[in-house]
Design a protein around this ligand. Structure first.
Ligand code: NAP
Length: 398
């Protein structure tokens, strides 16, 4: 008998061997990558005596066609009541309505961490000389910063009023023909993000957490993020983490906490990737950094992601690429991003064994040079296969 996943009073998850897991198929190539992903996830679960009861919830174009809404409230309610879920890519409706379904889901469920592991699989094309040195996990703040959506259009009455107010109250001169946006960065938002990153690093025995910020310019937002990050480490992880300036870069068996300014970080992740391990950063920095790092290890076709609230246990795991509409229904694109996101979901619910199997089988498939078109065009001597054949090849290697 299948059960819902529930939260325990201590903040853990109770997961039966037959959990009910909601899924959003996704628009565009969702019709290709979701069935492929599901096939592998099911096979990996069965190997360990488990079975998933999948529950479809609607969002995006399919929801709009069937209900007239892009993101029905029932979808958000079902995802919230079942604690976790997995989703394919969604079209962002252009011109009105919800700005982005992905952003809306993250905000409605307060999924404050965007988790993006970045690692290289042998054989995957990479522009780096030493892609094997890339093994990072990005914790990107997901709810505030300039992405919070507090924006006023140039020329609007509201923008003019704000510009006037800022002039009268603070003496700030802002060109009257400006569009306006607000960048909130809070103690609450920063500390819980860094806390999650430190907790992850400690539990998984990672070497370091690097706070990435632009605090030299934006002192009271990005600079404050850095300050609050170090405070969390000192106050909440005194035995398990240590700031570099308190240990002279000799952390012993504690997690080293350091920081780097965002622009130089983009250089160093390329030139010295082995110096980065877990990264904690604000929303906009994290968005750019995640895609830049994904490009080092095979691109968005294979980069997984999860949106998680570590206090409530809620998590939605998703393909990080978009809907790639011109390939929709062609059984062509790489299902790796959604599949690895599914493996992250398994880890999140405590199915580490099945998650490890998937990662190993995917690595073995690529090592055998069986790949989809995106890798095939960058590799020699490969067998180019369809989305579904790639998934079958992974199942064969589980
Ligand atoms: P996109 O759908 O990510 O596609 C851009 C390019 O990335 C594709 O043309 C393809 O490159 C490559 N690509 C994407 N998915 C791939 C896969 N599974 N395997 C291999 N290659 C893949 O970006 P877009 O065209 O800018 O956006 C299309 C729609 O997706 C928009 O409505 C956008 O709002 C939405 N979107 C949704 C999400 C999300 O749901 N999380 C994220 C981003 C965008 P090549 O053609 O070079 O092979």
């Amino acid at each position: 008998m299948a059960d819902r996943i529930t939260m325990t009073a201590e903040g853990g998850l109770t997961v039966s061997d037959e959990p009910i897991i909601p899924f959003i198929e996704g628009d565009g190539t969702g019709v290709d990558i979701w069935p492929a992903t599901r096939m592998v996830l099911d096979a990996a679960a069965v190997r360990h005596g488990r079975r998933i009861e999948w529950l479809e919830v609607l969002a995006g174009e399919k929801a709009y066609r069937e209900t007239g809404e892009w993101l029905p409230q029932s979808t958000v309610d079902t995802l919230a009541s079942h604690v976790i879920g997995i989703k394919g890519p969604l079209t962002t409706p252009v011109g009105g309505g919800i700005r982005s379904l992905n952003v809306a889901l993250r905000q409605m469920m307060d999924l404050y961490v965007c988790l993006r592991p970045v690692r290289w699989f042998p054989g995957v094309p990479s522009p780096l000389r030493h892609p094997e040195r890339v093994d990072m996990v990005i914790f990107r703040e997901n709810t505030e910063d300039v992405y919070a959506g507090f924006e006023l259009e140039q020329g609007s009455r509201e923008a003019s009023r704000l510009i006037e107010y800022l002039h009268d109250s603070f003496g700030w001169s802002i060109r009257p023909d400006s569009g306006m946006g607000i960048k909130p960065v809070s103690v609450t938002g920063s500390k819980r993000l860094v806390r999650a990153a430190l907790d992850y690093a400690v539990k998984r025995k990672r070497r370091s957490v690097t706070l990435v910020h632009k605090g030299n310019i934006m002192k009271y937002t990005e600079g404050a993020f850095r300050h609050w990050g170090y405070r969390v480490a000192a106050e909440e992880f005194p035995e398990r983490a240590v700031a570099w300036e308190d240990c002279g870069d000799q952390p012993g068996d504690r997690v080293l906490v350091k920081d780097v300014i965002a622009d130089i970080c983009f250089q160093q992740v390329l030139t010295r990737p082995d110096e980065f391990d877990v990264i904690a950063t604000t929303n906009l920095n994290g968005d750019y950094l995640s895609d830049a790092l994904a490009a080092q290890v095979g691109g968005i076709g294979i980069a997984p992601g999860g949106n998680v609230n570590y206090v409530t246990g809620h998590g939605i795991f998703e393909a990080t690429h978009g809907t790639a509409p011109r390939y929709a229904g062609q059984d062509k694109v790489n299902p790796g991003s959604l599949l690895l996101s599914g493996a992250m979901m398994f880890e999140h619910i405590g199915w580490q064994d099945a998650a490890d199997d998937i990662v190993r089988a995917l690595a073995a498939t690529i090592a055998d040079r069986v790949v989809t078109y995106d890798f095939a065009r960058q590799m020699d001597g490969v067998r180019k296969v369809s989305t579904s054949a790639f998934a079958q090849a992974i199942v064969d290697r589980l």
